[in-house]
Design a protein around this ligand. Structure first.
Ligand code: PLP
Length: 358
């Protein structure tokens, strides 16, 4: 299948094959990794290796903790304000679409918030300019969504918020390209797009921000519970972390994040070129300077034509091209594990479909 699913998303075939080989006998122990203690040396080694690979690949500076949590990115929407939005302070949210809005709505129920910038007037076709993002002095933090999975938009550069901590939701573009972690005090990502299966959420948090966490938060929802225990406070999602570790090794083998960025640029160019070269037959839903490397959204001239496009593409083996129900139209999710060949096949199909229907 040409898998363009938005998430859970494609995994590298090599990773699935290795997992299959080790499924009933992990490293000669005669059992699956799911059947052993998370306190065993075998699992601790997987956990440690995954943490070091995250640090190495993202170039995480000293003074940051790498955590593997549960509850998905959606739990982070609540954990962040519970821990870092004390009474008497406000947190700024950059509104770029559905996911930013979900994070903002959750925080509004917990503390004081303000809109640091919004792309709503333009129908979220573009990411607000970095210079338009307001980090009010004394704010608890500013939150942004690096990649809007549903709209198909992505920050090209991140704002400098000075002494105000910057927090980023990287759920749908983590490790698709290098990122300067030192600009952020906390970044997080559900694993199920670029890192592995659902069940584990990556959090990278600075010691400085950790030191400011509110007291009185329930144990499991406090970041320091997990930072003090190498993310082994309670039973972790063992299998998800194990697969994530294999995915991280795969990324390293592809040339790290520089390699991933080049690969993602090359393969998405094929599809963006098919849109831009179609004389308006395909219309991109996002302005060129805010286009995503991970989710490519586009429309065709009519609902009928879009239905036909989906039907015919499915017959050709394309999966997951229907846009999100909130936006409609088409969306091709081109996460790290989506091969160049799949994008080439889609671009060819788009060109050929346009010739037949244009
Ligand atoms: N943030 C973004 C940008 C997402 O794309 C998603 C899921 O698609 C989420 C948050 C929610 O993630 P989870 O399902 O892990 O809670």
């Amino acid at each position: 299948a040409y898998n363009f699913n938005p998430g859970p998303a494609a995994l590298p075939l090599e990773v699935l094959q290795q997992a299959q080989e080790e499924f009933v006998d992990f490293q000669g122990i005669g059992m699956s990794i799911m059947e052993i203690s998370h306190r065993s040396k075998q699992y601790e080694q997987v956990n440690d290796e995954a943490q070091s690979l995250v640090k190495e690949l993202l170039g995480v500076p000293a003074g940051y903790q790498v955590l593997f949590l549960q509850g998905g990115a959606s739990t982070q929407f609540a954990m962040i304000p519970m821990n870092f939005l004390p009474q008497g302070k406000a947190a700024g949210y950059v509104l770029t679409g559905s996911w930013a809005d979900k994070a903002y709505t959750e925080a509004k129920g917990i503390g004081e918030t303000y809109v640091a910038a919004t792309g709503e007037a333009g129908g979220f076709r573009s990411i607000p300019a970095v210079s338009d993002i307001e980090a009010r002095p004394g704010s608890a933090y500013v939150h942004l969504t690096s990649n809007e999975t549903i709209a198909g938009s992505q920050f090209a550069a991140y704002p400098d918020t000075g002494s105000v901590p910057l927090i980023g939701d990287f759920s749908s573009d983590i490790m698709c390209r290098p990122v300067d972690v030192s600009k952020f005090s906390l970044l997080y990502a559900g694993a199920q797009k670029n890192l592995g299966p659902s069940g584990v959420t990556l959090v990278i948090v600075s010691d400085e921000l950790l030191g400011q966490a509110s007291k009185g938060v329930p144990t499991m929802l406090r970041y320091d519970t997990h930072s003090k225990t190498k993310s082994l406070y309670n039973t972790p999602p063992v299998y998800s972390v194990y697969i994530m570790n294999l995915v991280l090794k795969w990324i390293k083998g592809k040339g790290g994040l520089e390699g991933m960025e080049q690969f993602n640029r090359d393969k998405t160019k094929l599809i963006y070129d098919a849109i831009d070269g179609s004389g308006g037959f395909y219309q991109g839903l996002v302005d060129a300077n805010s286009r995503s490397l991970m989710n490519i959204t586009f429309a065709l001239g009519s609902e009928e034509l879009e239905k036909k496009f989906i039907q015919e593409s499915e017959k050709e083996g394309f999966v997951g091209l229907k846009g999100h129900r909130d936006v409609g139209h088409m969306r091709a999710s081109t996460y790290n594990a989506v091969p160049y060949e799949s994008c080439k096949a889609l671009a060819d199909f788009m060109n050929e479909f346009r010739q037949r229907n244009g």
